[in-house]
Design a protein around this ligand. Structure first.
Ligand code: ZN
Length: 111
């Protein structure tokens, strides 16, 4: 069952990655690297695909130029699970990492 928070999260993910087919791994070899964190792990920047806060990052990539090239994405662990297994982060994780989404869900629930 998908909670309202999870629905909000996946909507945001889809909006930020519209039309993009993502696989795990770096642009140098999308099939080679799996779920190992990017070397140096931590990034102060927001997640490329869900806009989550600074934290450990993993490599993902999407085909470009008709599949001749790949574009690199730097994604958080929640997004890894979603890209790999279509597994949504749990509400607790969404609340911790996306206070704005939590607020939105609470406002809707309060109506
Ligand atoms: Zn993310």
């Amino acid at each position: 069952m998908t909670t309202q928070l999870q629905a909000l999260w996946s909507t945001r993910f889809e909006r930020l990655t519209e039309g993009v087919i993502l696989s795990l791994g770096s642009p140098d070899g999308p099939d080679v690297l799996g779920t190992e964190p990017i070397e140096g792990g931590f990034s102060p920047h927001r997640c490329d695909t869900c806009n989550g806060p600074a934290g450990d990052r993993y490599a993902a990539s999407s085909p470009w130029n008709g599949g001749e090239d790949w574009i690199g994405w730097s994604v958080c662990v929640d997004c890894v699970q979603w890209i790999a297994n279509a597994e949504l982060p749990d509400d607790e994780s969404i609340r911790a990492n996306h206070p704005d989404l939590a607020e939105e869900a609470d406002e809707e629930a309060g109506e």
